[in-house]
Design a protein around this ligand. Structure first.
Ligand code: B12
Ligand code: SF4
Length: 447
């Protein structure tokens, strides 16, 4: 048995808010190592409920979301021109070091990474681990490690950068560096993520399927899930939700799926039937946009009964030509029908919003205004989602060809908050317009 320490790093950014953040990839890998017989521990730098360093609370926190503690730090040179403060979000460094003091020397350390432009967090963790235990092997995995593998291999200081899904790789790597070879006792897709390693946050993230059958030009899902779209067995998903609710005390569940509603009859319907039959009192949230075209009357009603309260629909654009070019995953008619079905099922305009992607290479602000007007006509709010160029995608190539980003750009420049491919002023003004018109819409609907 090897002693494996897993670490979820801090976020370094201009802004960060906890919207049901969970290091689900790391917990999945931890679950696999644990059931194979290794001794696994977690340090979560984004733990908002740490007893010695609770994160700030505000009256607007809802459903387990909220702010992280922020410490302002000097901006990296490459971001010096951005007139915003940069900082480290999460546990104070002193608390992190105390957490390390409390750990016996591990045989191996696993560090995860999320957004490509958040790499300073993993780097900081790795350098602190190496300063304390120079001989303990450290592996880095996750989204940044996969999408920017060369950068990670060159600069992270990790002994190994493991690319892509980590279940098998982590088992093999731990065996290789510790000599402790353990086989998984169950099929890997059947092992539940180790949600219990995290201090209860009131919510959990659940993923019911890997990958996505669509091919949007700006999305990296096919690099991250090279095995294609792989749904889990609905009964295993219900079991996981039941465990999180009954044993871990979760009240809120955020779906991390890329395509939650695809094959609805075989997938989301039986999952929600299971939730309703087992009377799991929980609220569901979809911070990742849903595909509106799969929402009909019966699904909308079931979503309502099962406890959905945060519904985000991917709209991206209401322009039919652009929709067609994007692969036709959404069109005006099916979007409008979905919204009507949700309202008919009893959802309120406070619970539903459309994501509209902004700041894409060459995108017109006027067309985005039309998209907003379309959503508002249907009676739903709009949440602008700022575009982040992702290496390896079609849109990344477009941005390079337009001279908006260099092929070897520092990943800090992928940050969606700095509008890497567009004029920040135009889109910030647009965002303010959207905020104002959202308020006007809600005020009108409440009259
Ligand atoms: C859930 C999610 C979110 C959540 C937050 C998640 C979080 N924990 O922070 C929310 C909804 C808040 C979010 C927001 C955004 N997101 Co997002 N998100 C995702 C999503 C759908 C799933 C990630 C996930 O948890 N998957 C489930 C786990 C099981 O998979 P995993 O993390 O990859 O882990 C596996 C492997 O990576 C590996 N692994 C992981 N850790 C480790 C560690 C070791 C040691 C090893 C060996 C292996 C390993 O093994 C795991 C199991 O196989 C991904 C897409 C995707 N399919 O990955 C996009 C994705 C990460 N998001 C993306 C984007 C663009 C955004 C937004 C910018 C969207 C927007 N415009 O608003 C915002 C940015 C937020 C911000 N503040 O900057 C991009 C990445 C952008 C980038 N440059 O990095 C992705 C890839 C989607 C895409 N369009 O391609 N997101
Ligand atoms: S539908 Fe969503 S997850 Fe699927 S390819 Fe498009 S953006 Fe990516």
């Amino acid at each position: 048995m090897a002693r494996v320490l897993c670490i979820n790093p801090w976020i370094y950014d201009f802004a960060a808010y906890n919207m049901w953040i969970e290091p689900l990839g790391l917990l999945t890998v931890a679950g696999v190592l644990r059931q194979a017989g290794h001794d696994v521990a977690l340090i979560d730098c984004l733990d908002r409920h740490h007893p010695d360093a609770p994160a700030p609370r505000s009256r607007r926190d809802a459903y387990g979301c909220g702010h992280f503690t922020k410490v302002e730090v000097r901006k990296p040179e490459i971001l010096a021109h951005i007139p915003r403060r940069w900082g480290r979000y999460g546990l104070p460094v002193t608390i992190f070091e105390k957490e390390l003091d409390a750990q016996p020397r591990p045989d191996a350390v696993l560090v995860t990474s999320m957004m490509t432009y958040w790499y300073p967090g993993p780097f900081e963790v790795i350098s602190r681990i190496k300063a304390r235990w120079p001989d303990v092997p450290v592996a880095l995995g996750g989204v940044y490690a996969t999408l920017c593998a060369k950068h990670a291999e060159t600069y992270s200081g990790a002994d190994a950068v493991l690319i892509g899904p980590g279940e098998t790789q982590a088992l093999q790597w731990v065996a290789q560096v510790t000599g402790e070879s353990r086989a998984s006792k169950f099929p890997l897709g059947d092992v539940l993520p180790a949600h219990d390693l995290r201090r209860p946050q009131g919510y959990v993230a659940i993923q019911t399927a890997r990958g996505c059958p669509f091919h949007c030009p700006y999305c990296a899902v096919h690099q991250l899930s090279p095995g294609g779209f792989v749904p889990r067995a609905p009964e295993r998903v219900v079991e996981e939700i039941a465990w999180c609710v009954k044993v871990l005390g979760a009240h809120d569940v955020a779906f991390y799926d890329d395509a939650l509603l695809v094959n609805a009859a075989q997938h989301i319907h039986p999952i929600l039937d299971g939730v309703i039959e087992r009377d799991l009192r929980v609220r569901f949230h979809t911070p990742n946009g849903l595909h509106a075209r799969f929402i009909d009357q019966s699904l909308a009603q079931k979503m309502r009964r099962a406890g959905f309260v945060t519904i985000r629909l991917g709209l991206e654009t209401a322009d039919p030509d652009e929709q067609w070019r994007e692969g036709g995953k959404v069109d005006e008619a099916s979007f409008a029908q979905a919204v009507q079905a949700l309202f008919a099922a009893g959802f309120s305009p406070h619970e539903i919003a459309a994501y509209v992607l902004i700041g894409r290479p060459g995108q017109s602000v006027d067309k985005a205004r039309d998209t907003v007007a379309f959503a508002h006509q249907l009676g739903i709010q709009v949440h602008p989602a700022q575009f982040a160029p992702i290496p390896g995608t079609v849109e990344w190539q477009t941005a390079i060809a337009a001279g908006q980003i260099a092929a070897d750009a520092d990943p800090l420049l992928h940050n969606n908050s700095i509008y890497p491919c567009a004029d920040p002023w135009a889109w910030e003004e647009f965002k303010q317009e959207v905020r104002d018109s959202n308020h006007a819409l809600l005020a009108r609907l409440e009259m």
